[in-house]
Write a protein that binds this ligand. Structure first.
Ligand code: HEC
Length: 299
């Protein structure tokens, strides 16, 4: 985590493209790196989920099995436990690795339809990448976590792929399988298997949204008014919105979407009444609806 700000400062805070330390930018000091690390650690999820999840939807369940199968989907080799650490024998177990999966080689990059001369994004490193359009890097990109990937499209570093199903299908393509990392693993999935893996990513995303929304709703209830209460309510509503979107877009768990919509409406109403017993009751009802929804997703 300390390396990220160092890279970001050299890349983005430079006054000229010479990128000379001390002239164009200054390195962060230890105290600043400590503070940035502490801030980053305070954000986001504080505990990992643990795969496999006890999923109820048969397609999502199949998708999870494919995802975890090192001889079939092979996703877990690079996105272990739906996080960003490798479980590849070539790499130290648990390290967050960079891979060249060939995304830049996709034949039809959306941004190139606008500007065919857009330089190639070479990923990590500073050596010229030899492409006629210019650009730097060794072709590798950092592995992202997938727990909430379903809600964060378009996909890949260059937003080259629009839907989650197409992002999973990318791993099926010659572009991936001929890439430096892809040729080491080779992934071949049928259309049904692609849809199943996407269904798994969607349901995993939704159940994480529900977990987080329940946590935030409970924080709001205990906050006793003020900024934290309003903010937690807002985040809880947004999380439920994500769960609804990722499920609806995959035509999954219609029976869970209904209680989620009720929960969202209850929290919206709670935000309109002042902090106090009526709001607390509305939040309790919303949490109950979310628990109903969660029981449709997982055992
Ligand atoms: C060789 C390692 C490797 C394997 C195997 C792998 N991935 Fe990835 N994955 C990556 C890297 C690296 C990125 C970032 C690529 C980029 O941005 O160009 C990525 C990005 C993604 C993204 C985009 C996330 C986002 O928010 O943009 C999704 C979705 C994804 N992978 C799903 C999968 C699935 C599903 C599988 C199994 C079928 C899989 N990956 C197998 C390394 C891997």
């Amino acid at each position: 985590m300390r390396e990220f700000p160092i890279g970001a400062i050299r890349q983005h805070f430079t006054k000229s493209l010479n990128r000379l330390a001390g002239v164009d930018f200054r390195w962060p000091n230890e105290a600043e790196l400590d503070a940035l690390e502490a801030f980053q650690r305070s954000l986001g999820r504080h505990a990992d989920l643990s795969l496999p999840l006890p999923l109820k939807d048969p397609m999502a369940k199949l998708g999870q099995a494919i995802y975890l199968d090192d001889a079939l989907g092979k996703c877990n080799l690079c996105h272990a436990n739906a996080g960003a650490t490798a479980a590849f024998s070539h790499f130290p177990l648990g390290s967050n690795e960079n891979f060249n999966t060939g995304v830049e080689n996709l034949p039809h990059h959306p941004a190139r339809q606008v500007d065919p001369n857009m330089p190639r994004d070479g990923g990590f490193g500073r050596t010229p990448n030899g492409d006629r359009r210019g650009g730097f890097g060794n072709g590798t990109f950092n592995t992202p976590p997938l727990i909430e990937a379903a809600a964060t499209g378009p996909f890949f570093h260059n937003n080259a792929v629009h839907t989650l199903e197409d992002a999973v299908n990318f791993y099926n393509s010659e572009t991936f399988n001929n890439s430096p990392s892809g040729s080491r693993v080779r992934i071949e999935l049928t259309p049904t298997q692609v849809r199943a893996v996407a269904a798994f990513l969607r349901v995993m995303n939704a159940q994480e949204n529900i977990r987080s929304a329940i946590e935030k709703a409970k924080i709001a209830k205990q906050a006793g008014g003020g900024h934290q209460e309003e903010r937690s309510l807002r985040i809880a509503r947004a999380e439920i919105g994500h769960a609804i979107r990722v499920l609806e877009a995959g035509k999954l768990h219609a029976s869970a979407v209904m209680p989620l919509k009720i929960a969202r409406a209850l929290l919206a109403t709670a935000s309109l009444v002042p902090s106090g017993p009526i709001r607390a009751t509305l939040i309790t009802l919303a949490v109950h609806q979310q628990e109903v929804a969660r029981r449709h997703l997982v055992d």
